[in-house]
Design a protein around this ligand. Structure first.
Ligand code: DGJ
Length: 735
């Protein structure tokens, strides 16, 4: 068993292979956070709750409850009764007063892990995961809180979520329900978060944790380009290999908060959950509310170990798609090739040339429906535009298949254009505040998916098209964030449920989609990478990473994304130059090698690019197929980072059995007086010989790790190389 309960010391112990998490109970039943860190055998850590020490524990010395509440390391703090730090649960009663206090009632331990109704959640067999539920109650409110902890031993992951049930007689209002909290003594922590903008998503940011609250958050209705539902607290000097890391990632595709608070007593409270801004959930007697899952990783071996825990966890326990470990068809998407200006002939010309160069699927992006010739109309009118697609969609798909390519299609099902038949018929289907001008963004409004008839309509539009032709792939886009929160159907005292109901509706629609079309390859997308989160990975094995396809901009974007998510989930395409976003020209080979650290595909007019570039495509497609299994299943190591002001970037993927490794090196800028550079490789078997493919050079694994590998001739800008090391069959060739 990975979960133990020591009745005498009233202590829960949760063990992964390399970590231990301890939860303790005070005599009156407060649930305290005792320890999270390296795995320990000893089971007596309750002293860390310090309940004998000032500022006093009520039942021990009958004094100062408020001082206790504001100091005690709470496992799940509640608001309104004297803990002035950030609370995780705020409940208002029918009298209008906010306050809750949770005390231990009982617990259960089980093998396996139950799902979370309506929410994406990690999964695992009875051998892979165990679950502890601690049931607490607030007798005054008649409220129960079930704190759920699931222990994934092999990946060193603990997931947390919460179920709140109203077992009383009054209506309650949940004004805040976070999913996880960690109260720890400060270790001079620094915090690592991801920040960005459109076309600049998930750049890594690191700063010292100061007194007070510092957070990343969103209340845009999706995680957004700007901040990410991820927070890591690290000890100073933490690197890829060294240092302690406490990380949380949120399995949710809507509003979030991830916050670190350094208190007057030099403790740090780290919390994660649904943002409480514009959130309030009416909980009537007999009802329950489920807070989404937070994924916790502790690493005593730096950020690299954290990354590999997340990667293994998402691959093994979050992504369900049959494409997870399958070769995905190398696609060509017409967005940057044509934008809205295309027709059947243009698409077929691209398809023919694509086929001739080894590409395997054509994806028709935005602009094929209604009268959408630019981005200001027709969302909601999901009828093919036969002026562009002559003969209809079925005919186009048939012709593309005949050429020998699969066919994929773009949708933006959550939206409605003011200039659409749908809006003219159902203006109230848009999210809006009655009597106030609705705010347009990209000339569109958001559909009120909290209404059953609206999401049924939106789902059926997609499904009808998919039922009509052999469509292998869908890109599900979302190009604006939510504002003017109002639903024509929700009662006034439930309007603040809309943000969360919207996300639940999105999940319901995607669940229907993957159930009805189990072989569909689904790629989520949101104006680039604004909804790249573990919740979406539950439905789609890949997510479009960014609208910035420039190979150099992609280095930072993909580094930040790959810090958490497996590289096989990152939508990445080779596009044309000068790059449409930044105007930069990079070698075609560099664009290919950077996109290889993702799903790999093309986004250019293959009929127009230079013949030199086109000639590289067959080789690049072969490169994808050659390395695809390694990239999907291997261990990712960040070797150097352009983000750290280096003129170069380097990462590698090593097979778990040590049989091969692929190193990608990108010389971003040439520098004077440099001819070669030594880089240390990781993840290789120390006492094994590796041949650098295509050469006679053979190195020992420990040599490559410690002496390093010499990257020769680092002159030039935007130059990249791949180095493939393969274990020697005859392992006696040490030089
Ligand atoms: C945003 C996406 O990120 C792009 O790839 C493209 O699909 C456009 N939307 C289409 O409107």
């Amino acid at each position: 068993m990975r979960i133990h309960y020591d009745e005498k010391n009233r202590l829960f112990k949760l063990d992964t292979d390399h970590t231990t998490y301890l939860i303790g109970l005070t005599p009156e039943g407060y649930l305290g956070h005792v320890y999270y860190g390296r795995r320990i055998g000893n089971f007596g850590g309750a002293y860390r709750l310090r309940i004998e020490e000032a500022p006093f524990t009520p039942s021990v010395n009958q004094r100062e409850k408020s001082a206790f509440l504001d100091y005690f390391p709470m496992e799940y703090p509640t608001g309104g009764i004297g803990d002035y730090r950030e609370s995780c649960l705020n409940v208002r009663n029918e009298q209008g007063c906010m306050g809750a206090e949770l005390l231990y009632l009982s617990h259960t331990m089980e093998k396996g892990k139950p799902g979370l109704p309506g929410l994406p959640a990690s999964f695992g067999s009875e051998e892979e995961v165990e679950t502890l539920r601690i049931i607490c109650e607030d007798r005054v409110l008649g409220l129960k809180a079930e704190l759920m902890y699931s222990v994934f031993a092999a990946e060193d992951v603990i997931t947390r979520s919460v179920k709140i049930s109203n077992e009383g007689k009054e209506n309650l209002r949940l004004e805040k329900v976070y999913s996880a909290c960690l109260d720890m003594d400060n270790e001079d922590f620094e915090m690592i978060t991801l920040h960005g903008a459109w076309a600049r998503e998930r750049h890594i940011q690191r700063r010292k944790v100061g007194y007070g609250k510092q957070m990343v958050s969103s209340f845009k209705g999706e995680p957004g380009h700007q901040e990410h539902p991820f927070l890591a607290l690290v000890t100073p000097d933490t690197t890829q290999e060294h240092g302690e890391v406490y990380a949380m990632n949120f399995v949710y595709s809507g509003n979030f908060i991830a916050q670190a608070e350094l208190t007057q007593f030099h403790q740090v409270r780290m919390v994660m959950g649904i943002h409480s801004e514009e959130f309030c959930w009416k909980l009537s007697p007999g009802e329950s509310f489920y807070a989404p899952e937070a994924v916790l990783v502790y690493s005593s071996e730096g950020l690299g170990k954290m990354t590999r825990s997340f990667h293994d966890f998402y691959r093994n326990h979050m992504i369900r798609s049959p494409y997870k470990y399958k070769s995905r068809p190398v696609l060509i998407n017409n967005w940057e090739a044509t934008y809205f200006d295309f027709d059947t002939e243009k698409l077929l010309a691209i398809a023919r040339e694509a086929k001739a160069n080894g590409i395997e699927m054509l994806v028709m992006d935005d602009g094929w429906f209604g009268k959408r010739n630019k981005d200001d109309s027709s969302l909601g009118d999901w009828e093919v535009n036969e002026e562009k697609i002559t003969g209809g969609l079925g005919e186009l798909v048939r012709k593309v298949n005949e050429i020998g390519l699969k066919f994929g299609i773009w949708f933006e099902p959550e939206m409605i254009s003011p200039d659409s038949n749908l809006y003219r018929k159902h203006p109230d289907w848009a999210i809006q505040i009655g009597g106030r001008e609705n705010t347009q963004s990209r000339a569109q409004y958001v559909l009120d998916l909290s209404r059953c008839e609206v999401r049924d309509y939106a789902y059926e539009c997609v499904a009808k098209i998919l039922r009509s032709a052999p469509i292998a792939y869908v890109k599900w886009d979302m190009n604006r964030q939510l504002s003017n929160l109002g639903s024509a159907r929700l009662a006034p005292d439930q309007q603040q449920e809309l943000f969360h109901r919207y996300v639940l509706a999105l999940y319901e629609m995607q669940e229907r989609l993957v159930t009805e079309f189990p072989d569909l390859l689904l790629e989520n997308c949101s104006g680039g990478g604004a909804r790249f989160d573990p919740g979406m990975l539950y439905y789609s094995p890949q997510i479009w990473c960014s609208d910035d396809t420039d190979a150099i901009e992609r280095l930072r974007i993909q580094e930040g994304t790959a810090m958490i998510y497996p590289i096989s989930t990152m939508g990445a395409h080779v596009s044309d130059c000068p790059n449409h976003t930044v105007g930069r020209t990079t070698p075609f080979a560099t664009r290919g090698q950077v996109a290889l650290a993702g799903t790999f595909g093309y986004e250019l007019d293959i009929t127009k690019i230079s013949s030199e570039d086109r000639a590289q495509i067959p080789e690049q497609v072969a490169m994808y197929h050659k390395y695809q299994e390694l990239m999907q299943k291997g261990d990712y190591y960040r070797i150097h980072s352009w983000n750290d002001e280096k003129p170069y970037d380097c990462w590698m993927v090593a097979a778990k059995d040590g049989s091969e490794a692929l190193v990608t090196y990108v010389q971003v800028l040439g520098q004077p007086n440099e001819r070669s550079r030594i880089i240390s490789l990781k993840g290789l078997l120390p006492d094994t010989d590796y041949r650098l493919e295509g050469t006679k050079e053979v190195y020992r694994g420990d040599e490559l790790e410690n002496c390093g590998f010499l990257v020769r001739d680092v002159r030039g800008d935007f130059q990249s190389r791949l180095y493939h090391f393969v274990k020697e069959e005859n392992n006696n060739l040490t030089i």
